[in-house]
Design a protein around this ligand. Structure first.
Ligand code: HEC
Length: 127
């Protein structure tokens, strides 16, 4: 009986570094792909809106003044939407016209690799 908790503790330690490693990769990928336009620390807006707390929040609801495609929309940034958006923001808008405002988005980003998108999304969740 005592073996089970020990195994559980070992398993927990085995899992932890993997998720930490993913967060590190996501941070780097974010720095490379997103940071030039997006701050993520509740500080300021850049070319794009601040992304602190973005996962699970309603799109287009920061006090960023220059929303275009995202002005007044009614959807939430879940993993599927975020994945589509950063895979190809313009194409995602086109494929989901009903979700967006009539103006074309001013964000033009294509993160082609699924692993890189997943790592960025994991990183966004920590912020
Ligand atoms: C060249 C500048 C630029 C880059 C690079 C960029 N974005 Fe954006 N982003 C914008 C702009 C501008 C908007 C507002 C778009 C609109 O309203 O049409 C935006 C909007 C967003 C939103 C919506 C926020 C909200 O308040 O609903 C998310 C999420 C987002 N970007 C994520 C990312 C991620 C993640 C990356 C990196 C993979 C990235 N962006 C790279 C400019 C950029």
């Amino acid at each position: 009986m005592k073996i089970i908790p020990v195994a559980a503790v070992l398993a927990a330690f085995a899992i932890l570094p993997v998720s930490e490693a993913m967060a590190v990769d996501g941070k780097k990928a974010f720095a490379k792909r997103c940071k030039s336009c997006h701050d993520i620390n509740f500080e300021k807006h850049r070319t794009g809106p601040n992304l602190a707390g973005i996962m699970g929040s309603k799109a287009g609801t920061t006090d960023f003044k220059k929303y275009k495609a995202l002005k007044g929309v009614d959807f939430v940034w879940d993993e599927a939407n975020m994945d589509g958006w950063i895979a190809d923001s313009k194409k995602f808008q086109k494929a989901n016209k009903d979700m967006f405002a009539k103006k074309n988005t001013t964000m033009s980003v294509k993160v082609k690799k699924a692993e890189e998108r997943a790592a960025i999304i994991e990183y966004l969740k920590t912020k």
